[in-house]
Design a protein around this ligand. Structure first.
Ligand code: FAD
Length: 444
């Protein structure tokens, strides 16, 4: 099978690249071995919350110069703020086509989203059903809030979140109420104590009569509130519409917060991206895994997958966006870290004692989180110092940044995926022009 572009990895980086290529008319396929980090994510897009030295960032794009000074090899330092902005604007517009509205604050600054623990995390884009708390005045406009869960649901504990919120000086004048609303069918659903996750709840609440019963019970228990916070448990693709309906039924302003995995807010993003890619004619080989590739003179010629080991796949351009340790894009042994598919060149490895900080919640980044594949300015990797001209890297596999500490995971994944796609599109167009010119010469 021959493609214009082949993408290894079905996370946000791989899918961003794949969608952009398919939009430009490139015959594109994605090979995705397993679930992506989106199943664990808040579904908000972090762009840059902290500089590598720990300084908090209010406006990500205004901090790009400071970031480059501290971390010249950071993926954003290679792309620059203009390309990153362009990529994120394209992403917002693309997701909007699928009914996922991702917005930032009007002044382009970060906002806080509340976590299931009742703490705040800074992010840049959130879905329409997520409440954006201001960085400068977290409790602005709130006198009474309610944290509501479903009775028996283990993946969100409102009392814990309420206790943490109440400790914040900004919330000292805000009344915080918690409630556990009964879900119709709860007893029938719970076949075993572990089987009551957000995805199970979403199936029940899709039934309008059950949603009505839930709304009635919620009004009864909550009373008056400026904001009702619920765990994300509404639909995969149509969750936002269900919340709108619930707002209409109750009269409350309702927002969602991510739960323990599976995170429906993250899955919503993945579903939207995959369906958009397929609608553009793209092909996804789910559950398949790239095992190796053949290289000739610095060019990747073909790749072999678990399911197609005797029928290699070929393309003009390849992207590897197989994620970090978490998604098995990188693997670690006692004294070695490697990229297991092609054996791409990685960052220099310190002694194992220096792979992590002694404190889990350290004030500095854990060094292992910045390990990854080293690339040139075009995000092309090398093997034994030989550059591979038609292979690119994007997302969490890249070295020199820490998605957790710096709060930049999805921002880097989207922008590097987009940046690679633009190069693939330009190369494809220039190849076509050369071929057309050759044909014209032959005819003449
Ligand atoms: C627990 C957790 C929570 C996070 N929360 C947030 C958040 O709230 N907001 C935010 O902005 N960022 C968050 N991040 C960071 C962000 O999600 C990641 O940086 C980003 O999603 C990485 O995307 P990716 O496409 O590079 O990799 P991944 O999402 O890891 O995807 C890699 C894909 O490649 C596949 N793969 C691996 N090897 C192969 C192979 N050989 N062949 C084929 N496929 C292969 C994997 O199965 C997977 O589908 C979080 C990260 C984690 C781990």
């Amino acid at each position: 099978m021959k493609f214009d572009s082949l993408i290894i990895g079905g996370g946000v980086a791989g899918l961003s690249c794949a969608i952009r290529c398919a939009e430009a008319g490139l015959k594109t396929a994605v090979i995705a071995a397993g679930q992506s980090a989106l199943h664990f994510s808040s579904g908000s897009i972090d762009v840059l919350s902290h500089l590598p030295d720990g300084q908090p960032v209010a406006n990500p794009f205004r901090a790009f110069d400071a970031l480059k000074a501290q971390s010249p090899e950071h993926p954003y330092s290679k792309l620059g703020s203009e390309t990153t902005r362009e990529a994120l604007a394209w992403y917002q517009a693309t997701m909007e086509k699928r009914g996922v509205y991702l917005t930032a604050q009007d002044d382009d600054s970060n906002h806080f989203r509340v976590t299931p623990m009742g703490t705040f995390r800074s992010t840049w884009l959130s879905q329409q059903t997520v409440h954006q708390f201001s960085l400068t005045d977290v409790a602005a406009g709130l006198n009474k809030i309610a944290l509501v869960t479903i009775d028996g649901f283990r993946d969100f504990q409102p009392q814990l979140a309420a206790d943490n919120l109440a400790k914040l000086p900004q919330f000292k004048d805000v009344a915080i109420k918690t409630a556990a609303v009964e879900l119709p069918d709860f007893d029938n659903m719970q076949r075993n104590p572990c089987e009551f996750r957000s995805i199970d709840v979403s199936r029940v609440l899709r039934d309008e009569s059950k949603l009505h019963a839930f709304a009635k019970s919620m009004i009864h228990q909550v009373g008056q509130a400026d904001l009702v916070i619920l765990p994300a448990m509404f639909g995969n693709g149509d969750g936002a519409a269900t919340i709108k309906l619930l707002e209409g039924l109750t009269g409350y302003k309702i927002c969602e917060i991510p739960t323990m995995p599976p995170s429906l807010l993250g899955i919503r993003i993945e579903e939207a991206m995959k369906s958009h890619f397929k609608a553009l004619g793209g092909l996804i080989l789910s559950g398949d895994e790239v095992r190796k590739g053949d290289f000739e003179n610095g060019v990747l010629k073909r790749i072999y997958t678990k399911n197609h080991h005797d029928m290699p796949l070929t393309a003009n351009h390849y992207l590897i966006a197989s994620g970090s340790f978490f998604s098995r894009g990188m693997s670690a042994q006692r004294h070695k870290v490697e990229e297991p598919v092609f054996g791409l060149d990685m960052t220099d490895l310190p002694h194992r004692d220096h792979w992590y900080q002694s404190q889990f919640f350290a004030k500095q980044s854990h060094p292992f989180l910045k390990m990854g594949v080293t690339c040139n300015a075009q995000l092309q990797p090398s093997i034994n110092n030989q550059r591979i001209s038609n292979l690119y890297c994007a997302g969490a596999l890249l070295a020199h940044y820490d998605p957790v500490f710096e709060g930049c995971g999805s921002g880097v994944a989207i922008s590097t995926g987009y940046y690679v796609a633009e190069q693939m599109i330009a190369a494809q167009n220039s190849n076509q022009t050369t071929e057309e010119k050759q044909q014209e010469r032959t005819i003449a």
